[in-house]
Ligand binder design. Structure first.
Ligand code: ADP
Ligand code: MG
Length: 698
């Protein structure tokens, strides 16, 4: 490869290529579509398609695909070649504006949650010009939205784009009220920090649980785990370094700004963070990053585990969502400003987020709810399932001064008045200390830390964007009618702080006492599992808010709730079935063989010395036989619980049975197996141990 700047974005049809290959008028018209959401003309689309095809074919592409994000949580693509027969018997490479703008894949095999009757199997994909097309292998990939024939969203991108539009609309109203006439657009940006594990392919292949479920379902704790904290930021092993170099190159070629990489807390755990970008681009790129991580890992003899909790007793993997909002001219609206007016505006946006997080705790929680992430949240390594916010001492003191009308600590002894006072400069370093908060202000952005490593970032940002749009809407409604702008503003900010102070918590989020305080005294929600959280999507206040901003229709909301719960039930059922299979086909026979060999050894010894007690063998045989019986009984119980699902009516009820009956029985089966593992000779145990898995990568 050439130098990084030469290679960066070489596989992306980005602004540089557009400018070089499109006529001035076409380029400007396309830019207006990208920057301002102006509708695209078919003649422009034709010209763009032609240039895109030429660019892609020059780089070896033979096919194109509408690349989209169905509700499976991963990406989908169906390849069509550019070829078209020519009269002389040969082919020419063709690609029209129509093909660029719209595709019609058969939608019948993607989850729709009842939105699309199977007789209307067709769905369509629509080009998202705000996310650049790129080449993967021999295919030009065009980022698209995916809808049913009736126009209902069947994907994650469509509501994400709508939520960005909602936020843009309401934020512009606020900016106009503060006298900003220049800003044309307000966008939200995200930098997602991606955590993952690497294990060797050899070990991975030997574990059905990893292959079918992405996480281990059995496994005794290794003698050494993460106790010594010797992995975090530690020296990166040569094999992992080679993987990271390769990964960076591929990501850079795709225009993904992979920036930092380091070892994480757990052995074999690592993190990759890109430089932030607009949320829909960040979302596309994060999906692509996860895909490429797995591809590159395979080339290095590794498997990249993106599951939230691959190993019990070892930290799981999350995805911190660093979120901010800014204007098209680059003004970060979550950054305290220089003038009193800018500061008042900053405080209003801050309040909008505080109100949004408190009013829609449930939506934020459920936006990250999956069977996998349920193992992480609240497990004393990741934020609890209770949503709260951390602002830092300084900002908190400012808010308190405003709320109580008392002087701000340390400053001149006078009351703080918006529109008059310049806020004290915040020291950014003081805001980033709290690592246990689910939602932390980090100087000029918020870090939402509840996302699981395999989650698409779309859902969390749909909720965040829309909930903040809703706060801004209520503010703008009032301010637009206000006689005295400053008075109204001051009163509104004060009221928000007073009404929503309960959501702000600067202490230790991992502390049990906090969960007690949060739920008992503050009345915050503690939605522990997906089964608890997901049905809240249908609460009237949530439906009202999401439909008001046209982010999701009532049908779309209902279908998403169904799909997510179905996904939860299916994932856990697959895990339960895998456990039973592993226990019966591998683990129980292994224990049996080992006790048999112990018995054989004892009787061989006794044949030489008849009255040898053989206490070691007998006591181990007794213990292992007891465990074997227990495993057998627990496997029966788990099987019965899974079989019982067939009699449950409705997906909400099924999810509850999964939570109350199936998951506890999985734990009950695991316990005797893990106990047996450390008693059975290594050669007999059918699977690589935790120690083998976690310390296998060199
Ligand atoms: P830390 O681990 O200390 O949280 P990192 O540097 O690993 O910090 O990640 C911070 C992430 O936040 C990066 O992806 C970075 O690009 C992103 N980020 C920085 N500033 C902003 C901003 N204004 N808006 C959104 N994301 C941002
Ligand atoms: Mg971070």
């Amino acid at each position: 490869m050439g130098t990084v700047p030469e290679c960066f974005g070489s596989k992306v049809f980005d602004d540089r290529d557009m400018r070089a290959m499109l006529s001035r008028e076409v380029y400007q018209s396309l830019r207006q579509t990208i920057d301002e959401g102006k509708e695209l003309d078919i003649s422009v689309a034709n010209a763009v398609a032609e240039a895109m095809k030429e660019w892609a074919v020059e780089r070896g592409a033979t096919h194109f695909t509408h690349w989209f994000q169905p509700l499976t949580g991963i990406t989908a693509e169906k390849h069509d070649s550019f070829i078209s027969p020519s009269p002389d018997g040969g082919v020419i490479m063709e690609f029209s504006g129509k093909e660029l703008i719209k595709g019609e894949p058969d939608a019948s095999s993607f989850p729709s949650g009842g939105l699309r009757a199977t007789f209307e199997a067709r769905g369509y994909t629509a080009w998202d010009p705000t996310s650049y097309a790129f080449i993967k292998g021999h295919t030009l990939c065009i980022p698209t939205a995916f809808c049913s024939y009736g126009g209902q969203a069947l994907d994650k991108k469509t509501p994400l784009l709508r939520s960005m539009e909602a936020l843009n609309k309401q934020a512009l109203r606020i900016l106009r009220l503060f006298g900003n006439t220049e800003a044309k657009r307000v966008v939200s940006s995200v930098g997602p920090e991606q955590e993952y594990f690497l294990v060797t392919k050899e070990m991975y292949e030997q574990r059905p649980d990893l292959r079918f479920c992405g996480r281990t379902l059995f496994g005794a704790k290794p003698p050494k785990g993460q106790e010594l904290d010797d992995h975090y930021f530690g020296v990166i092993k040569p094999g992992v370094e080679a993987f990271m170099e390769d990964l960076n190159e591929e990501l850079w070629e795709l225009g993904i700004l992979a920036k930092t990489e380091h070892n994480e807390v757990a052995p074999a755990q690592h993190e990759l963070a890109p430089i932030y970008s607009t949320v829909n681009v960040a979302c596309d790129q994060n999906q692509l990053t996860m895909e490429i991580m797995q591809k590159v890992a395979a080339r290095h003899g590794f498997v990249c585990l993106l599951h939230e909790k691959p190993f019990d007793g070892v930290n799981g993997s999350g995805k911190h969502n660093n979120w901010s909002i800014s204007t098209d001219s680059g003004q970060n609206l979550l950054s305290p400003g220089e003038t009193p007016y800018e500061n008042a505006q900053f405080l209003l946006f801050l309040c909008a987020v505080i109100k949004a997080v408190d009013d829609y705790q449930d939506l934020l929680r459920l936006s990250v709810a999956t069977a996998g992430n349920d193992h992480r949240l609240g497990a004393n390594e990741a934020p609890p399932a209770v949503v709260s916010m951390f602002l830092g001492e300084e900002l908190d003191a400012v808010l308190e001064a405003i709320e109580t009308g008392k002087p701000y600590k340390g400053t001149e002894k006078k009351q703080m008045k918006l529109g008059v006072d310049v806020l004290p400069k915040f020291n950014r370093d003081t805001t980033d200390r709290n690592r246990t908060s689910p939602f932390a202000f980090t100087g000029n952005k918020f870090e939402f830390r509840m996302l699981g490593s395999s989650n698409s970032i779309a859902c969390a940002n749909i909720m965040l964007n829309t909930a903040v749009a809703e706060s801004l809407r209520t503010y703008a409604d009032r301010l637009e009618l206000a006689h005295d702008f400053e008075e109204t503003l001051h009163a509104m900010i004060r009221k928000t702080i007073a009404d929503h102070r309960r959501i702000i918590f600067n202490g230790n989020g991992y502390d049990d006492a906090w969960i007690e305080e949060a739920t008992q005294q503050r009345g915050l929600l503690n939605l522990r599992t997906t089964a608890d959280a997901m049905p809240k999507l249908l609460d009237e206040k949530n439906v009202r808010m999401l439909t008001r901003h046209k982010v999701m229709s009532k049908d779309e909301i209902a279908s998403r709730c169904d799909i997510m719960l179905e996904n939860y039930c299916k994932s856990v059922t697959i895990e339960a079935n895998t456990m039973v299979r592993m226990a019966r086909k591998h683990i129980m026979p292994a224990i049996e063989s080992y006790t048999g060999s112990l018995a054989a050894a004892a009787s061989a010894k006794k044949s030489v010395v008849p009255d040898l007690p053989c206490g070691y063998e007998s006591s181990l045989i007794v213990k292992l036989s007891q465990l074997l019986d227990e495993i057998n009984a627990k496997a029966d119980e788990l099987e019965a619980a899974v079989a019982g699902l067939a009699d449950v009516d409705g997906i909400v009820a099924e999810a509850e049975v999964i939570r109350d009956e199936v998951l506890p029985r999985m734990d009950a089966l695991r316990a005797p197996v893990d106990e047996a593992e450390v008693k059975v000779e290594k050669g007999f145990w059918p699977f690589p141990s935790y120690g083998d898995l976690l310390f296998s990568v060199k």
